[in-house]
Write a new protein. Structure first.
Length: 120
């Protein structure tokens, strides 16, 4: 299977999605500012760093590639090479993103608990 075509299509769709997303976001912000909305609504909550999320994702992808290679080489499993690689990459990449979600949620709950204790 030639993966070049898959990557080209994914890049094209990602590029189109990004352009449309940024255009809609710009129009939305302009409309809110024209109506006199405060600019502080664009800041929102404290943004967490994506370093943890990307780090765990890349670790999950690496584990997926490793296990995909093992499953592709073991003849008793009888799993095709493409199926082994793609299934393991997506499985462990998804698990890594779920773990990062729970870690970030736990981290975001800590300041709320500290503020409640100060009020008492």
């Amino acid at each position: 299977m030639d993966l070049t075509a898959v990557f080209v299509v994914a890049i094209i769709f990602g590029f189109i999605y990004g352009i449309v997303y940024l255009g809609v976001r710009k129009k939305e912000r302009q409309m809110l500012l024209e109506r006199g909305a405060d600019a502080s609504i664009f800041v929102g909550k404290k943004q967490t760093s994506n370093t943890l999320r990307f780090g765990l994702l890349f670790i999950g992808v690496a584990i997926g590639i490793f296990l995909g290679n093992i499953f592709a080489e073991i003849p008793s499993i009888n799993m095709g090479e493409e199926a082994a690689f793609f299934s393991m990459i997506f499985l462990f990449g998804g698990i890594a993103l779920v773990i990062s979600y729970f870690m970030e949620r736990k981290e975001n709950e800590k300041p709320e608990q500290i503020n409640k204790e100060k009020e008492m």
